[in-house]
Design a protein around this ligand. Structure first.
Ligand code: 6OG
Length: 159
């Protein structure tokens, strides 16, 4: 047999407008009970940016306009065989109105009031750079799913 050691590709879209970010309280699945951007797995035959747009529409009910990739985060879990490579997008404009979906309940937060105590532990490390407009890369090592053991993180000139 062959063991699939490829990375799993995912997206994360954060609308960032007028000093506020749009986050969703995740209602089910991985990360349930946490606030996060909108995103999910990249499907076969889809571009990463295409997946980011699709997931934003499915989970928040809005259609992205111009978007900018700002980060690539790789998550290693001691209890999962493959690392997860999450591509982080800044949604610069969108159309429609955010609405609650089966997966997410959307809510706006000003930059100073982002609820890091109800988010994945990596977020407080990279959000300041995301909000500053930096491009960044990181590797995060989790154990028991939710405990952040160690990480490497830095801003980069290009992704
Ligand atoms: P679905 O299972 O809903 O995709 N995600 C993470 N986001 C942050 N901020 N930190 C993490 O640390 C994460 N692990 C996964 C990627 C899962 C969604 O959750 C994001 C996807 O947007 C471990 O299809």
């Amino acid at each position: 047999y062959t063991k699939d050691i490829a990375k799993k590709l995912l997206t994360l879209a954060i609308v960032n407008q007028r000093g506020q970010v749009l986050l969703g309280l995740k209602k089910r699945g991985f990360g349930e009970g946490y606030y996060n951007g909108f995103g999910g797995k990249v499907e076969v035959g889809e571009t990463i940016e295409g997946a980011a747009r699709r997931e934003l529409q499915e989970e928040a009910g809005i259609v992205a306009g111009s978007i900018l990739k700002q980060g690539v985060l790789t998550f290693h879990f001691d209890d999962k065989p493959q690392p997860w490579e999450v591509h982080v997008f800044n949604i610069l404009d969108y159309s429609g109105e955010p609405c609650e979906t089966d997966e997410m309940s959307p809510q706006w937060f000003s930059h100073g009031e982002i609820p890091f105590d109800k988010m994945w532990k990596d977020d407080e490390i990279w959000y300041p750079h995301f909000l500053a407009g930096d491009l960044f890369k990181g590797e995060f090592y989790f154990c028991n799913t939710h405990h952040l053991d160690s990480y490497n993180f830095g801003i980069v000139p290009e992704l």
